[in-house]
Design a protein around this ligand. Structure first.
Ligand code: NAD
Length: 421
């Protein structure tokens, strides 16, 4: 994503008087660099585990009872282990399209991240996090990207005003964005794949792509774990049921991360892991956040935390909203990225911040302030009174808060009376 952003930024630099020419992409070096970063991070984890005297065994485990495991070591030998408490953190796996798993040239996200070559024509199936992020990378590297999404909009569930900011840019970057469209047939051919698509009007069209990416969601990874030998229960969607202490229906077994429910986000998993560890250590702990931030690392990024406007509407929650368009931000103008939007969803009586949504460059970094505001029970006046540095994009949050009363400095709105009680 970072390299994709650099490529795109180097293209637009021309408008500001700096011409870098066409980038030469050395895939081998790009992959080596990426591998280096990954190795540093995973190696770092190994080091941290050692420093904390964690015994690390590599192999496959399956429960034989609620207190024992059968453990197959990498070399093939089998050990029986017993435990007082276990934490399941097996994550999730990419969902495959019906019949898609065995078709050549159809990648899942892990394969797509090994950029072996840049396909001339790439089909992305699924307009969620992965489809949009990886589609953006390949488009920046030079692929002509067509994206198909089954529902009527990208990123189902995310507020439409935020998605519109991204969609507008993707319409310029991608060859085509086909909404309300599904894949009906896929057939591998010599140098690619023939795909039959069905549009919202029921019309079918056959197209040829060099490669396709299946990004139609992920499912919890529970098979082969021997859960039938324990008291662990799963819900209808296959996620392991846990309570606020991360305890499963089997009191000695805990579960955290993707396998224990949505949202399937690494930072949610880390915090759940802390909760489980604290409970096992005998402390009073519970996983009950007011806001879990979500970030789609596209260009621009979309980030949100807490209550979204669409959720407030569907749950019948009374709310007020204040939007600050980045067209009024000086910092956004210097970046040539006035397309962004910052919005606050607030309680109309107390003006307490219930949700924050941002679409724009750097939204993933900016959202942390929103999380803090929600967790601390901050209201719009608190944010407006907190001096934000100028000229920065963080001011858009302060000005959105001021905008609730019509007092934003850089954006004129008719003045509204504060309703604060
Ligand atoms: P997703 O649920 O975000 O999106 C899947 C999309 O595919 C949906 O829009 C869905 O409507 C569409 N779809 C489903 N079946 C389809 C079909 N047959 N044809 C066309 N479209 C279809 O799933 P994902 O993008 O695969 O990502 C999985 C999960 O991984 C995410 O939900 C997220 O929790 C996590 N993730 C997070 C990040 C991040 O935090 N930046 C990045 C990558 C993945």
């Amino acid at each position: 994503m970072h390299v994709a952003a650099q490529i795109m930024e180097s293209r637009t630099a021309k408008d500001r008087g700096v011409d870098f020419g066409n980038p030469k992409i050395h895939l081998h070096r790009l992959n080596e660099w990426k591998k280096g970063v990954v190795a540093k991070l995973t190696g770092g984890l190994g080091q941290l585990a050692k420093q904390r005297r964690i015994r690390y065994l590599q192999g496959t485990a399956a429960f034989s009872s609620h207190r024992t495991l059968e453990f197959k070591q990498a070399g093939g030998s089998i050990k029986n282990l017993s435990f007082e408490h276990a934490v399941i953190a097996t994550g999730s796996q990419a969902r495959t399209l019906p019949g898609g798993a065995t078709i050549d040239f159809v990648m899942d996200s892990s394969e797509a991240l090994e950029v072996k070559s840049v396909p001339q024509k790439l089909l992305v199936i699924g307009g969620g996090y992965i489809g949009l992020e990886i589609g953006t990378v390949y488009a920046a590297l030079g692929s002509s990207v067509t994206l198909v999404e089954m529902t009527q909009g990208l990123l189902p569930g995310v507020d439409r005003d935020l998605v519109r900011v991204l969609q507008k840019r993707l319409e310029g970057l991608f060859e085509a964005l086909l909404l309300g469209t599904t894949v009906k047939e896929m057939k591998a051919r010599k140098n690619g794949i023939t795909i039959v698509l069905e549009g919202p009007d029921g019309n079918r069209q056959t197209r040829i792509f060099e490669r396709a990416l299946a990004a139609v969601g992920r499912s919890p990874r529970t098979s082969g774990l021997g859960l039938e030998n324990t008291g662990v229960e799963m819900d209808k969607r296959g996620f392991i049921r846990v309570d606020a202490e991360q305890r499963t229906s089997d009191p000695s077994i805990f579960a955290v991360g993707d396998v224990a429910g949505e949202p399937m986000l690494a930072h949610k998993a880390t915090h759940e892991g802390r909760t489980a560890a604290e409970v096992i250590a005998g402390r009073k702990a519970a996983f009950e956040p007011a806001a879990i931030p979500a970030v789609v690392f596209t260009d621009p990024e979309i980030a949100w935390a807490g209550l979204t406007e669409s959720e407030a509407k569907s749950r019948g929650i009374d709310f007020a909203v204040s939007r600050f368009p980045w067209g009024a931000s000086g910092r956004a103008a210097t970046l040539g990225r006035s397309d962004g939007l910052t919005k606050l969803v607030v309680d109309p009586r107390s003006e307490r911040i219930l949700g924050v949504g941002i679409a724009g460059v750097g939204a993933g970094e900016l959202i942390a302030e929103g999380v803090l505001a929600i967790e601390m029970g901050t209201n719009a006046t608190d944010i407006g009174l907190s001096i934000h540095p100028h000229p920065t994009l963080s001011e858009t949050i302060m000005e959105a808060a001021e905008g609730l009363h019509g007092t934003a400095t850089s954006y004129f709105q008719p003045r509204r009376k504060p309703k604060l009680r």
